[in-house]
Design a protein around this ligand. Structure first.
Ligand SMILES: [Zn+2]
Length: 66
């Protein structure tokens, strides 16, 4: 199981995807992810709204340090 990282939609800090689940919505099933950032925010968001894998996090590991 790999660690899945994205960005916090609130503060922009690195955030970990804790789990994913498919949820029914008015538009049909949508995959959601629960993310928790380094500063303690957490969200349940559609996966499509996350900063995707292979995005700038993967390309700029130095951005983790702040
Ligand atoms: Zn945050």
């Amino acid at each position: 199981m790999s660690l899945d990282l994205t960005l916090c939609p609130d503060c922009g800090a690195p955030a970990e995807v804790e789990w994913r689940a498919v949820m029914e919505s008015t538009d049909g099933p949508v995959e959601h992810a629960r993310v928790r950032c380094l500063r303690g925010h957490w969200y349940l968001l559609p996966v499509a709204s996350l900063a995707g894998p292979g995005c700038r996090l993967a390309q700029s590991p130095t951005s983790f340090r702040e």
